[in-house]
Design a protein around this ligand. Structure first.
Ligand code: F6R
Length: 604
């Protein structure tokens, strides 16, 4: 979704802003703009479309050593140049870029219009620029504070004032914002990836905080104008990790990276002696872990499906009742928060608004919530009571793959730790530890041999609609497979429990509707095979994702190495990632940036 970048220092601001916006492109957007403060005042350029369209619209000389930029995902008003940010007041003195949604924008806009202000856009952000410009306070900081005091909703703001060219003032409430600390230069961004080429030193703002950013440094303060002391932390991400390298798409790069990224994730987390997982970051000692009678996992989209997979592993290994729920629904049903339930928020970005709100709901009602989060220092990671970083590295492709696998493995680690303080035997613990150690190599084998999967993808790409089926352990894998497939191939893909087919969906089976069947070699094998016969008997093509030992008579059979039954769904998921990728490739779709989708959904 929207992205913010800002710069102030000794270098030309324009290339830094354009580069920062390019790094933020993966989040999804529909228009972009920058405003640069130079010796002859401020200059603003905005454009609909990609950052490269903005770049093409820039004048030859756009000198200035301070500036702010934005990629916009339309909320108030259509994607248009007038609605793109930076927004400005009528005199073009104040420039504002904004992420989030101002809930009282309508009344603010009406009040401004009643005062004779001519509004030139449909945005909530324009009201902010006018309010800052009209504020009677002495300093830009005070004007921004007075303005944010009138806003309800969520925002991350960066404000530039031609009368105070030595500074950018920023504010945060509910939308991520970071400062990058350089050598006599400072950066502002909604996401570390926009600044990581320039500095690894970042400061995360908390909700309710503002900052003055100058070339010499930053001053952090609260809404009550009280100074906040916080020093920069070093980010793990490197600029090289954001490069495509020799790969055609980030999605493929991220799928292929999984063996190494998982190896890294597991390092130091497996305890051979006690056959358990070391998860100190959860901040739960064995007594605390034993206290929980239930586990409730909250996440959205693919993270929710991984939560379902996780709940199943936790129930199997730790024998604690566990379930997953879309975080987007949770908050609105006034959930009962139980003191003996362990709540778990799962998120790649750590910025998904629905998940962040669910975390707040649990905390407000006194519950214990931990996080399985990929992005270090992100909103959710900082709000939870403890957690487990996924260490998948940056994920750029909108369609999540490696982060999902890391989530699934994170849940196995959690299940192991919870199980081993309960009734999971040391023998079973050791069995799972051994299987976890094997996973990176096994995933390596699957991704190294993609020919069969590509062949199956060609077949599936022809069909306008398809089913993904799985049951019990295999069902979350089927759901995630369907999700990935529809996201990037735009083919209608729907997941069902294999057992549910005969209760309705079987009516749709025909030679035109193929089925991808997830079939682990486990105790449900005979029943799964029975369902395949029912599909074949109705002329439906089947692509089976299964194990070597399974004999199925299907159009295509993709096999994965065998793990322990609790971990098999993870390995069975890897071909579904490649199926989606190759189908979208065959169809010529925009794989890394599918239409209508954003990488990080920071608004409700
Ligand atoms: C699917 C996908 C989305 C995300 C969801 C949650 O490929 O990427 O369904 O999984 O928007 O995002 P995070 O994990 O960042 O909270």
């Amino acid at each position: 979704m929207c992205g913010i970048v800002g710069y102030i220092g000794g270098q030309a601001a324009t290339p830094i802003l354009i580069d920062g916006l390019t790094q933020l492109e993966y989040r999804g957007y529909d228009s972009a703009g920058i405003a640069v403060l130079g010796p002859s005042g401020a200059r603003r350029v905005r454009s609909v479309g990609r950052v490269r369209d903005l770049e093409a619209a820039l004048p030859k000389r756009l000198a200035g050593k301070a500036g702010i930029g934005h990629t916009r995902w339309a909320t108030h008003g259509a994607p248009s140049e007038a609605n793109a940010h930076p927004q400005a007041d009528g005199a073009e003195r104040i420039f504002v870029v904004h992420n989030g949604i101002i809930d009282n924008a309508r009344s603010l806009r009406e009040a401004l219009q009643a005062d004779g202000v001519q509004l030139t856009s449909d945005t909530d952000t324009e009201a902010i620029a006018h309010l800052v410009a009209a504020a009677e306070e002495d300093t830009l900081e005070q004007a921004v504070l007075a303005t944010v005091g009138r806003l309800t909703g969520t925002f991350a703001l960066a404000v530039m004032d031609t009368e105070h060219p030595d500074r950018i003032v920023v504010a945060r409430n509910g939308s991520p914002l970071i400062l990058g600390v350089g050598d006599h230069e400072m950066f502002v961004a909604s996401d570390v990836s926009a600044v990581v080429r320039h500095t690894s030193q970042v400061v995360h703002l908390d909700d309710g905080e503002c900052a003055t950013v100058t070339a010499g440094g930053f001053h952090l303060f609260t809404a009550e104008a009280e100074t906040v002391g916080r020093s920069a932390t070093t980010v793990e991400m490197t600029a090289a990790e954001l490069e495509l390298g020799n790969h055609e798409h980030f999605m493929l790069k991220e799928i292929l990276e999984q063996p190494q990224s998982l190896e890294r994730m597991l390092t130091g987390r497996l305890d051979d002696r006690f056959a358990t997982a070391r998860l100190d970051g959860l901040n739960l000692d064995p007594q605390a872990m034993r206290r929980f009678k239930r586990v409730k996992i909250l996440g959205c989209g693919s993270a929710y499906y991984m939560g379902q997979l996780g709940a199943s592993v936790i129930e199997e290994l730790a024998r604690i009742p566990a379930d997953a729920e879309p975080a987007s629904e949770f908050r609105y049903r006034n959930p009962i928060i139980e003191p003996d339930t362990l709540y778990v928020a799962v998120s790649q970005s750590g910025e998904t608004a629905d998940t962040a709100f669910a975390v707040q709901e649990v905390k407000r009602k006194g519950g214990t919530i931990v996080g399985l989060v990929n992005v270090v220092g992100s909103t959710i990671a900082r709000e939870v009571d403890g957690g487990l970083y996924l260490h998948a590295g940056p994920e750029v492709s909108v369609a999540s793959t490696k982060a999902n696998t890391h989530m699934a493995v994170g849940f196995v680690l959690m299940a192991l730790a919870l199980g081993r303080v309960r009734d999971l035997s040391i023998t079973d613990g050791a069995r799972i530890v051994r299987a976890l150690k094997e996973l990176p190599r096994q995933i390596g084998e699957i991704v190294a041999d993609g020919a069969k999967i590509a062949e199956a993808a060609q077949l599936l790409a022809q069909a306008p609609s398809l089913f993904f089926i799985g049951r019990v352990r295999g069902y979350p894998t089927a759901r995630e497979g369907a999700q990935k497939f529809k996201e990037i191939s735009y083919r209608h893909a729907e997941a069902y429990q294999t057992s549910e087919l005969k209760h309705g969906p079987l009516a749709l089976i025909s030679p035109e509707l193929p089925t991808v069947a997830v079939i682990p070699d486990d105790e449900l094998l005979d029943r799964n095979i029975g369902a395949l016969h029912e599909i074949s008997a109705r002329g439906g093509d089947i692509v089976a994702i299964t194990h070597d030992t399974v004999e199925v008579d299907t159009r295509l059979k993709i096999t994965v190495p065998k793990s322990e039954p609790e971990l098999d769904p993870i390995l069975l998921m890897i071909p579904t990632q490649l199926l989606a990728y190759h189908a979208a490739l065959a169809l010529g779709e925009n794989i890394d940036k599918p239409r209508n989708l954003a990488k990080s959904v920071t608004v409700e």
